[in-house]
Ligand binder design. Structure first.
Ligand SMILES: Cc1cc2nc3c(=O)[nH]c(=O)nc-3n(C[C@H](O)[C@H](O)[C@H](O)COP(=O)(O)OP(=O)(O)OC[C@H]3O[C@@H](n4cnc5c(N)ncnc54)[C@H](O)[C@@H]3O)c2cc1C
Length: 409
């Protein structure tokens, strides 16, 4: 598609998977105007999922996590350059690059700035208390693992659970501290999340649930954590995984709505602005299937939203198609691959529809109001057989995709 008068210059802010997929799609769909990609990291774009898994354990090398470009993007790429503000009326993004202030004009803007790890709320932390979001974070943590530290992981979300698993697989002493009654509770629910607590315990992790961290012990370097129940855990390394915050600071004053990410319609167009789309961890899109705004922090979703957002820009106002893909994610812990298709938000029923939970080979469905809304599986690839059941709102529980033997929770 030759650049139209309306869309001659497209600016992508954020060089993660959402931004790169958006840029690729623009070129793939024939956009031949000016394309600029701005990212504030010094690295070439890379995949984040290995940072808590094989890059942390050392099973893959640094270069193995780079996003391999599908073809020449023919784009101007700015690395280590931060977008600091957006003037939506003047259609300009202001940047800071190596101490210089610059302005970039655009006809179309893709906001793909992702999210940042939530800082420890209690102020400054001693050396050895670390967070994991970037490749630099991962390599800094990995360096420390070489000294075989006692590790405490704070927070039982996916990042915390995966870091605990990776550290255990390196034979380290690991404790996992989680304020809720189980790791992964907020995503998997109370019926199935406790199995992942069992999984960690079976692998030798000291799992502490229903308790928080009161403070860190130690002087310059961390020596342990003091829990809210008064107990102490010795630690040479603490990894905090308290979730993320969408990276929208630079959009303050732009007129865009950013209550929990950039508020978008079902096509990814930012509400109240023309020619501006958002995708990935930073974006909150209306999802027609779930009939609500969702901000999803998963790789597959960020990639396909980036593609959809690019198509929305190319289609122009009023012509873009709604994006109604069923969200998907995976998580690897020890030998178990967890895969989830759909979003089990506000589910009122959960049932194992294939296999055996105790044996770690199962498919479980989540339902709401008698309809199937999500499917969780530990049998690799099996969730995809339930795509139609979820997108079509099939009666709950869905029929098993294959016949199964006895089922038990
Ligand atoms: C350790 C880890 C493990 C994960 N594992 C899995 C997994 O197993 N499965 C799964 O489905 N998902 C996983 N995820 C989540 C997945 O990686 C994210 O959902 C995905 O990376 C989001 O992509 P994104 O492009 O929206 O944002 P990001 O990857 O965050 O990219 C945004 C980019 O924009 C840059 N940026 C931010 N602000 C500015 C600014 N003002 N100016 C310029 N640039 C800016 C950021 O530095 C970043 O480089 C994991 C995430 C992490 C951190």
């Amino acid at each position: 598609m030759p650049a139209t008068r309306e869309l001659r210059e497209v600016l992508v802010v954020g060089a993660g998977i959402a931004g790169i997929r958006a840029a690729e799609t623009l070129r793939q769909e024939g956009f031949d105007g000016e394309l600029t990609i701005v990212g504030d990291e010094r690295h070439a774009p890379y995949h984040r999922p290995p940072l808590s898994k094989k890059l942390l354990t050392g099973e893959v090398h640094r270069a193995g996590v780079d996003i391999a470009p599908q073809f020449d993007l023919d784009a101007r790429v700015w690395r280590s350059a931060s977008a600091v503000s957006l003037d939506a009326t003047a259609r300009t993004v202001h940047l800071r690059d190596d101490g210089r202030d610059l302005s970039l004009r655009f006809d179309g803007l893709v906001i793909a700035t992702g999210a940042s790890a939530r800082e420890w709320p209690g102020g400054p932390v001693p050396d050895g208390v670390m967070m994991l979001r970037t490749v630099d974070d991962c390599l800094a943590i990995r360096d420390r693992l070489a000294a075989r530290p006692r590790v405490v992981v704070v927070g039982g979300g996916f990042i915390g659970a995966e870091v605990a698993a990776s550290c255990r697989s390196r034979g380290l002493d690991v404790a996992l501290v989680q304020r809720a009654s189980s790791p992964l509770l907020s995503v998997l629910g109370e019926e199935l999340a406790p199995r992942w607590a069992d999984l960690h315990r079976e692998h030798g992790v000291d799992v502490r649930v229903g308790v928080g961290v009161d403070s860190f012990i130690g002087g310059r370097h961390v020596a342990g954590v003091r829990l809210t129940d008064g107990t102490h855990l010795a630690a040479d390394l603490v990894v905090i995984g308290l979730g993320v915050t969408p990276a929208t600071d630079w959009l303050r004053g732009s007129g865009l709505r950013t209550d929990d990410g950039v508020l978008c319609d079902a096509t990814g167009a930012a509400e109240g602005a023309e020619g501006i789309v958002a995708a990935g961890d930073v974006a909150t899109w209306w999802h027609p299937l779930y009939e609500r705004h969702l901000r999803i922090e998963h790789w597959d979703h960020a990639a396909s939203q980036g593609e959809a957002a690019a198509r929305t820009l190319l289609a122009g106002p009023g012509n873009a198609a709604a994006y109604d893909e069923v969200p998907y994610f995976w998580s690897d812990q020890y030998e178990v691959k967890l895969q989830m298709l759909g979003v089990p938000i506000d589910y009122d029923a959960v049932e194992v529809v294939e296999g055996d939970v105790a044996g770690w080979e199962f498919v479980a469905a989540y339902g709401r109001g008698g309809r199937t809304t999500a499917v969780l599986a530990t049998i690799p690839g099996r969730v995809h057989a339930y795509r139609d059941a979820i997108s079509g709102g099939a009666a709950f529980p869905p029929a098993p995709a294959v016949s199964s033997a006895s089922v038990s929770v």
